[in-house]
Design a protein around this ligand. Structure first.
Ligand code: ADP
Ligand code: MG
Length: 322
């Protein structure tokens, strides 16, 4: 069995504004952009085109994409990339250090072994995983040259996977395009990576419901406010397969190569930096509730943690908000 739920975030309807939406399936998810002036709708074509272009460069399964070239030349030679791909990869490397390896963009080979993206799943043995887990634990194998805009994977057993960060970067890219076009209010939803542009009204932020993992597509367990901010959710319930009664989900613990044995059901991060929010939602899930809570408190990260037992922790919120 294979499930992919995209609507992790529910945008709560408001009677004060009329939404106009356009959507396209890309980045392996349904991408929806909603604006609140009819005349803004036609401007979205350029944004979707930029997102398609970004996907073409970062999709590691697309032959000839910049990321697939980096992977093909692993252990052979550096690959020159475009500026936005370089800055995304630089951010991924930075997030790996920042999260002490809980977010690790070098797990491509391991994800491929599990084969989450097809119905032909495989449960690798720890012996199969050990060598790659060890190689991936050294983030200095991801060699970046800012002057030449090149990326080099120093070991041929590594493969770059930006699946845990690319949609966050894309949402920020789309948000800045909309702002440059003079669009003051919009919601970008790239399969649970939401960016709220502007606010619902001068006095109120956008109200975003976080999907209840136990409920149906339209149910939410809490609501957060966002204003020029990303709200990014990660959870084991989003993509998994079941074998012999055991669920194997797609968020991996970089220290084992197995699905993270987290006591969290979902993690949402709220930040003006969509790329950071995406990487952190994945990393906090891997950390589990105790580490995640102290990490957020230490670094001033705003997050909502939903534990398996149904407990909700609001970190970094004003008391009036939560
Ligand atoms: P989604 O992409 O489903 O919204 P996430 O942002 O949490 O969810 O990213 C999960 C994806 O990130 C996986 O499908 C895989 O490609 C990659 N990934 C899995 N585990 C990790 C990890 N520990 N660090 C970085 N990327 C990961
Ligand atoms: Mg993520």
């Amino acid at each position: 069995m294979f499930l992919l739920l995209c609507g992790t975030v529910i945008l709560l309807a408001s009677c004060s504004v009329t939404p106009y939406s356009d959507s396209e399936f890309m980045m392996d998810t349904q991408c929806v952009i909603t604006v609140y002036k009819k005349s803004d709708l036609e401007k979205l074509d350029a944004v979707f085109e930029a997102l398609r272009d970004f996907e073409k460069k970062t999709d590691r399964y697309e032959e000839g994409s910049e990321v697939s070239l980096i992977n093909r030349y692993a252990g052979i030679s550096p690959v020159r990339v475009s500026e936005d791909v370089f800055s995304l990869i630089a951010k991924a490397k930075e997030m790996c250090s920042f999260t002490c390896g809980a977010f690790n963009p070098l797990l491509g080979r391991i994800s491929d072994m599990w084969n989450f993206n097809s119905s032909d799943h495989h449960i690798p043995s720890s012996a199969e995983l050990a060598c790659i887990v060890l190689a991936a634990s050294d983030i200095s194998s991801l060699v970046l040259d800012e002057e030449k805009l090149t990326v080099y994977l120093a070991s041929d057993s590594l493969s770059l996977d930006l699946g845990g960060i690319a949609k966050g970067y894309a949402s920020t890219l789309a948000a800045s395009m909309l702002e440059n076009m003079g669009i003051e209010r919009a919601i970008i939803n790239l399969g649970g990576n939401v960016y709220a542009v502007g606010s619902r009204s001068p006095s109120e932020g956008w109200r975003i419901g976080l999907q209840d993992p136990q409920g149906g597509g339209g149910s939410y367990f809490t609501v957060v406010n966002a204003c020029d901010e990303a709200v990014v959710t990660s959870g084991a319930y989003q993509r998994y397969f079941i074998s012999d009664g055991v669920a194997y989900h797609h968020i991996l613990d970089p220290s084992t190569g197995y699905p993270a044995d987290s006591d969290l059901e979902s993690v949402s991060v709220i930040s003006s930096d969509g790329t950071l929010a995406d990487a952190l939602s994945t990393a906090l899930f891997v950390m589990g509730s105790v580490k995640a809570e102290s990490f957020c408190s230490l670094h001033g990260i705003k997050a909502v943690l939903l534990s398996e037992s149904g407990e909700i922790s609001y970190i970094g919120f004003d008391s009036a908000e939560s």
